[in-house]
Ligand binder design. Structure first.
Ligand code: ACO
Length: 428
C-alpha cells in the first residue's frame, strides 16, 4: 500500500500524502495542492468526493448500510440506550458513568427556563409562520440574552454551554408549535425525562391533564436516537462552517436549523406526507406518481426516496420501519395515507428505474408516518428532526473548535466574463 498519491498537471507531477481512517477509508490530503501547483484547485460541486474534516464522531458506510456513533452500532444504541445517554456519548465520546449522566441530566434540567422576553419575539410572528423559521430565529435570539461567547478551552464552560443548548432548544421548539396553535406556552417540567418533557411541552393544554403514553415516549426516544448524527450532512456542515468563523454555539445551531429546513434535507419528512396527501386527493393512483418521478421533463421526485450516501439501504430506515409498524399497531391507527405509503414503497422497490439508481426509502419516508401517528402536525416534523439532530450539531461544533479547524472558505473556478470596460447607460 502506497502512502503517496501522484497527480500530473500540465506534464508536471506532484505528490500528496494518503491518509487512512480507522475503518480503512482512504483520503488524498490536498491541503498543499494550490500552493505547490501555483493555483490549481479541485472542483467538486456538492462535495460528493470531498472530505471537509477528520472526525471521530460518526462512521457511515453507505454501500454496506453501516451507521455507528462513536463506534457503537445504531441498532445496539436504539435497543439498549436512551436519547440523552446517546447524546452524551455523541458529544463527549464515551458512554457516561452513572455519576456523569446524573450531572448531565441535572444540568440540562437546571437550565430549562427561557427568558420571558423571548415571548415578545414570538408575538411578532404571524400565527401561521412556519415553526422552523420561528425556531431558527429564536435560537439566534438566545444570543441576545446570553451574549458571552463560550471559551472553548474551558471544559466546564463548554459543558455548561452544551447543557444550556440541549435544554432550551426543545422549549423553543414547543413554543413555535404553541404559537401556531394559538395556545399558551408550556414550561419545562423537570420531573420528567428529556423525551417525556418534549412531549408534554408540545401537547399539554391548561384545561386538561396530559397523560404520557410509555409507547409513544419509547417510539419518539428511538426515532430521535436515529437522527442524532449523520456525519457531514448539509446542516451539520453548515454548523461547522458557521462555527469555524468562531460564531457562537447558538448562532451556529440556528444556521443548522435553516439548512435542515430544506426539502432535500430534513424538510423531506414534511414533503413525504404532503406528497402522500396529494396522491390521495388525486385518487390514490400510485403508478401515476411513479411515472411522474421517472419523467425527466417533470420536476417531481418521490419524496423520502434516495440518499446521497446510502446506495443500498438506509440503516435508519430499517429500524424506523419496524418502529413505525409497532406504533401504528399499538395505537390502533388505520390511516389511508399510510396505505398509499405502503403501495408506493412496494411499487417503487420493484421498478427498474429505482432499482437501477439504488433509490430506497430513506429515514424521512417513515419518520413522517410515525410523527403523524403520534399526533404531531406536519409542519412540526422538521422541528422534531431538529430536536433529534441537536446533539450531533453540538458534537460536531465542539469537535471542530477543539481541533482548531481553520475558517471554512471553499475556492471556486471562475467562468464569467473577462475584464471589460463600463458602458454608459445611454450607449447600451
Ligand atoms: N425520485 C426520482 N428520481 C430520483 C430521486 C427521487 N426521489 N432521487 C434521485 N433520483 C434520480 C435522479 O433524477 C438521478 O437520475 P439520473 O441519474 O437519471 O439523472 C439519480 O436518481 C441520482 O440522483 P441525484 O440527485 O444525483 O442523487 P443525489 O445523491 O445528488 O441526491 C437526494 C440525493 C437529494 C436525497 C435525492 O435522492 C432526492 O432528491 N430525494 C428526495 C428528497 C428526500 O427524500 N430527501 C431526504 C434525504 S434524507 C435526509 O436528508 C435525512
Amino acid at each position: 500500500m502506497s502512502d503517496i498519491a501522484i497527480l500530473e498537471v500540465d506534464g508536471k507531477k506532484y505528490e500528496f500524502p494518503i491518509i487512512r481512517g480507522t475503518e480503512g477509508e482512504v483520503a488524498i490530503d490536498l491541503k498543499t495542492l494550490r500552493g505547490v501547483t501555483g493555483g490549481v484547485i479541485t472542483l467538486d460541486p456538492g462535495f460528493k468526493n470531498t472530505g471537509s474534516c477528520v472526525s471521530a464522531i460518526t462512521f457511515l458506510d453507505g454501500e454496506k448500510g453501516i451507521l455507528r456513533y462513536r463506534g457503537y452500532g445504531l441498532e445496539d444504541l436504539a435497543t439498549n440506550s436512551n436519547f440523552l445517554e446517546v447524546t452524551y456519548l455523541t458529544i463527549f465520546g464515551e458512554l457516561p458513568t452513572k455519576k456523569e449522566f446524573k450531572r448531565f441530566e441535572e444540568t440540562i434540567k437546571s437550565n430549562s427556563m427561557v427568558n420571558e422576553e423571548m415571548k415578545d419575539i414570538i408575538d411578532g410572528f404571524p400565527k401561521n409562520a412556519h415553526p422552523m423559521g420561528i425556531l431558527s430565529s429564536l435560537t439566534s435570539a438566545l444570543t441576545a440574552f446570553d451574549p458571552k461567547s463560550v471559551n472553548v478551552e474551558d471544559e466546564e464552560e463548554m459543558f455548561q454551554a452544551i447543557c444550556k443548548t440541549m435544554s432550551k432548544i426543545p422549549v423553543l421548539a414547543a413554543w413555535a408549535h404553541k404559537k401556531n396553535l394559538g395556545h399558551p406556552m408550556n414550561y419545562s417540567n423537570n420531573n420528567l425525562s428529556y423525551i417525556e418533557n418534549v412531549l408534554e411541552m408540545l401537547f399539554k393544554i391548561p384545561t386538561e391533564s396530559y397523560k404520557l403514553s410509555p409507547k409513544v415516549v419509547n417510539a419518539l426516544d428511538q426515532l430521535l436516537i436515529l437522527h442524532i448524527d449523520h456525519e457531514q450532512n448539509c446542516s451539520t456542515s453548515t454548523v461547522r462552517i458557521v462555527g469555524s468563523a468562531h460564531a457562537g454555539l447558538f448562532a451556529s445551531i440556528a444556521a443548522g436549523v435553516s439548512a435542515l429546513w430544506g426539502p432535500l434535507h430534513g424538510g423531506a419528512n414534511q414533503a413525504v406526507i404532503e406528497m402522500l396527501k396529494d396522491i390521495q386527493k388525486d385518487g390514490g393512483d400510485v403508478e401515476k406518481y411513479i411515472l411522474k418521478a421517472k419523467d425527466k421533463n417533470d420536476p417531481f421526485r418521490l419524496m423520502g426516496f434516495g440518499h446521497r450516501v446510502y446506495k443500498n439501504f438506509d440503516p435508519r430506515a430499517k429500524i424506523i420501519k419496524k418502529a413505525a409498524d409497532e406504533v401504528l399497531e399499538d395505537l390502533g391507527i388505520d390511516d389511508p395515507i399510510l396505505d398509499i405509503a405502503k403501495r408506493l414503497e412496494e411499487t417503487a422497490l420493484k421498478d427498474a428505474y429505482f432499482v437501477k439508481r439504488k433509490l430506497y426509502p430513506n429515514v424521512d419516508f417513515y419518520s413522517g408516518i410515525i410523527y403523524r401517528a403520534l399526533g404531531i402536525p406536519t409542519k412540526m416534523f422538521t422541528v422534531m428532526f431538529a430536536i433529534g439532530r441537536l446533539p450531533g450539531w453540538i458534537a460536531q461544533w465542539r469537535e471542530m473548535r477543539l481541533n482548531k479547524e481553520p475558517i471554512g472558505r471553499p475556492r471556486q473556478l471562475y467562468i464569467g466574463e473577462n475584464q471589460r470596460s463600463f458602458v454608459a447607460m445611454s450607449e447600451r
